[in-house]
Structure formats: structure tokens, C-alpha cells
Design a protein around this ligand. Structure first.
Ligand SMILES: Cc1cc2nc3c(=O)[nH]c(=O)nc-3n(C[C@H](O)[C@H](O)[C@H](O)COP(=O)(O)OP(=O)(O)OC[C@H]3O[C@@H](n4cnc5c(N)ncnc54)[C@H](O)[C@@H]3O)c2cc1C
Length: 355
């Protein structure tokens, strides 16, 4: 029987993480190349309902590893529960999101199996008729590396969240679901997650953020960037920006976006005073809706934007902030009005703002 591509998937607050779905789709591409199946493996206590989503993104088989002791993450628990299941699966390739929790247990399994473990992967593929190949970023994103292993080597690859993005669901796809109930002794777990706090938009990893507000060189300095940050706080978005803004110290260096910074895939990306250089745009390709404010109508970001506003951010941002504050005050006493959405007539156009 052909060995499957096995994908470890993770859920948070009852939903599959975006990074997990990216892994399933990446695994699907590799499996198609090898002409084998994709087996997604999901650990938890009440996670069976997520199997349909895994099928819709490319899984042929879903193995749900279920136990009440797996309701919250534990590296020891995950390793105890998953090691036998993964061994039995005989993977051709083991693929997982490059997340903090996967990094807590998968390296231990890779050592046991004496398999190469590769983090920061951007693309995983097969060369020829079975040589695993990985493109990964190194040195904090400054370099890219291409690695190829001998024929049919089992590698454990961790895919960087956000680099791939996900395609639309294909609900006509189905998967065979198997539930495995391992015997576990939680008393032997040396680590336990007591509770998971909701992500703080100010500190959430940019690759996981659903909304991002970015500032570039056009913000003019820390004061302009503070306005951008205020907007981010007002709409519950994470703060990002360009490398130029980070180089000047207006933004923490780990929050700049682009080919040498963070790769993001938010539902909403708002850019203020960002020109849209190729290196920056390559970090936001998977964004669903892009709104850009720029004083130069020829700025490349406006071509990428679903809604482009030509105007001075120093005039637009204070007005926007005032309106949002007024709206928040009204919403505190009245029901919320529907917001303008990406599919509404307001999208896909450029607005000219005159002072
Ligand atoms: C090897 C290499 C790797 C790189 N990697 C990255 C990367 O990962 N990420 C990244 O971001 N960059 C990266 N860069 C830098 C990149 O090439 C651009 O220089 C950078 O993205 C530009 O940043 P910016 O848009 O903030 O500034 P600028 O290009 O200077 O653009 C500022 C924009 O603000 C607008 N503006 C000015 N004043 C206002 C105002 N009052 N209101 C509204 N708009 C205004 C201007 O019209 C302009 O379009 C890299 C460069 C190199 C060489």
C-alpha cells in the first residue's frame, strides 16, 4: 500500500487554525505529485466536527485522536497520543504547522524516528520520482535555503503559517473519518495548559491576525505611526508596517511585513503611507481585502487595493478615528449597523480625497 502524506492539524477555540489548513493544502499538492493519499491527524476531546473542513481542503482520511485529557494542549500528552498513530500511518512525509505547540513535541518524535526535522518551511515538494525538497527561510528571513534529501527519506516538515494562504473550500470533497481513543494517563503529563487566553490584537502574531493596520514611511515618524496604532486599537487590529518604518525605529522590527519580514494573511489589511514595493506586497498576497491610503495616485499599493484612497493620511486618520469613536459611543446604546464589506459597492475602487 502506498504511504500517505500525513498532516498534523491543530484547533483553537473549536476551529482549525489557518496554518493547519495551509498544511493540508500543501500536503494535497505533494500527495498528488506522489499519487498517494492525504491523512490529516487531529488531536483533542471534541474535535470530530472539524473533519468535514479538513476534507474540504484536501484530506482523504481524517484520524481523530480523542481523549478528555487532550482538551487542552500538553506536549507530553500530544506525544503519547500521537506517536503510535503516526507510526502506524507509515507516512511518506510528515507535515505540520510551524507553531509553538508543534515545536514543543514534534522534535522529540523526530529524534526517536531519527528523521530530519525542518522548520520555517515555505514550500515542500518532490523532485524526480521521490526526493523530498524544501524551500525554507533562514537567518530571520534574510536568506532562503533549498534542501533535498535522498530518495524516499521521511522528513518532518513544519510549514511557516501564512506563506501559502488557503483556497476556497470544496464542500463536495469527503474523507474517511476514523476515531482513535488512546489510553492515556494525564498524571504522567509533565506539562499542562491551564487555559488559553484570547489573542490580544496588539501582541498577536501577525501571521495569525485577522485584521492588520500598517504604517509606512509616509506616516512621517512616530507621531504618524501613533495615529496608525490608535486606529489598530480602535478596530481590534494588529499593528504592522514596512521595513523602512521598522528601520527608522517607528515600529518593532518583528512587526514589519514582506519578503524579509512577516508573511500575513488577514481578512482585512489597511495600509497608510505605504508605497507597495514588491518586497512588501509579497508579504500580503494572501490578504482578503486591502484598503490603502496614499497621497500619490500612482503608488503601486493602490493597484493591489480593493479600496484605494488618494489623500493625506494626516487628514484622513484623525477624521476616521473621530468617526469610529463616535460610532463606538452610539453602538454602546444602540444596535450595530452593518459595516461596509469587501463585496459591497464601496469596494474595488479608488477614492480621491481633497483637503
Ligand atoms: C533585499 C530587500 C528586502 C526588502 N524587504 C522588505 C520587506 O520585507 N518589507 C518591506 O516593507 N520592505 C522591504 N524592503 C524595502 C522595500 O524595497 C521598500 O523600500 C519599502 O517597502 C518601502 O517602504 P514604505 O512604503 O514605507 O516607504 P516608501 O516607499 O518611501 O513609501 C512611502 C509612501 O507613503 C506615501 N505618502 C507620503 N506621505 C503621505 C501622506 N501624508 N499621506 C499618505 N501617503 C503618504 C508616498 O506617496 C509613498 O507611496 C526590502 C528591500 C530590499 C532591498
Amino acid at each position: 500500500m502506498d504511504k500517505p502524506v500525513v498532516v498534523i492539524v491543530e484547533s483553537e477555540h473549536g476551529e482549525l487554525t489557518l496554518a493547519s489548513l495551509e498544511c493540508v493544502e500543501e500536503g494535497r499538492d505533494v500527495a498528488d505529485r506522489l499519487n498517494v493519499k492525504v491523512q490529516a491527524v487531529l488531536c483533542g476531546s471534541e474535535v470530530e466536527p472539524l473533519a468535514g473542513t479538513l476534507a474540504a481542503h484536501g484530506a482523504d482520511q481524517v484520524t481523530v485522536v480523542k481523549h478528555e485529557a487532550l482538551a487542552h494542549f500538553s506536549a507530553d500528552g500530544w506525544l503519547q497520543a500521537l506517536a503510535p498513530v503516526l507510526l502506524q500511518a507509515h507516512p511518506a512525509l510528515l507535515l505540520a504547522p510551524d507553531s509553538g505547540s508543534v515545536r514543543a513535541w514534534l522534535p522529540r518524535l523526530a529524534v526517536r524516528w531519527r528523521s530530519p526535522l525542518v522548520g520555517c518551511c515555505m514550500r515542500i515538494s518532490i523532485v524526480g520520482d521521490g526526493y523530498p525538497e524544501v524551500i525554507r527561510h533562514t537567518y530571520g528571513g534574510a536568506c532562503q535555503e533549498r534542501l533535498i534529501w535522498p530518495y524516499a527519506t521521511l522528513i518532518c516538515a513544519m510549514l511557516t503559517p501564512g506563506v501559502r494562504g488557503i483556497n476556497a473550500r470544496r464542500d463536495e470533497r469527503t474523507a474517511k473519518v476514523t476515531v482513535v481513543r488512546p489510553e492515556l494517563d494525564p498524571a504522567c503529563f509533565r506539562d499542562r495548559t491551564l487555559r488559553t487566553l484570547p489573542a490580544d490584537p496588539r501582541t498577536v502574531s501577525l501571521s495569525e491576525a485577522e485584521r492588520i493596520v500598517s504604517g509606512g514611511f509616509g506616516t512621517g515618524g512616530p507621531d504618524g505611526m501613533a495615529l496608525v496604532e490608535q486606529l489598530a486599537g480602535q478596530i481590534g487590529a494588529a499593528l504592522g508596517g514596512t521595513r523602512v518604518a521598522a528601520d527608522r525605529g517607528w515600529l518593532a522590527v518583528e512587526r514589519f511585513i514582506g519578503s524579509t519580514g512577516q508573511i500575513v494573511a488577514p481578512k482585512l489589511y489597511m495600509a497608510f503611507g505605504v508605497s507597495g514595493a514588491g518586497q512588501h506586497l509579497s508579504g500580503i498576497t494572501a490578504s482578503e481585502t486591502v484598503i490603502a491610503v496614499n497621497s500619490d495616485r500612482t503608488a503601486p499599493i493602490l493597484k493591489r487595493a480593493d479600496l484605494g484612497i488618494v489623500g493625506d493620511l494626516h487628514q484622513i486618520l484623525p477624521v476616521l478615528l473621530r468617526k469610529l469613536q463616535a460610532r463606538a459611543a452610539v453602538n454602546a446604546t444602540h444596535p450595530v449597523e452593518p459595516a461596509v464589506s469587501a463585496g459591497s459597492p464601496a469596494a474595488d475602487r479608488t477614492l480621491e480625497m481633497t483637503p
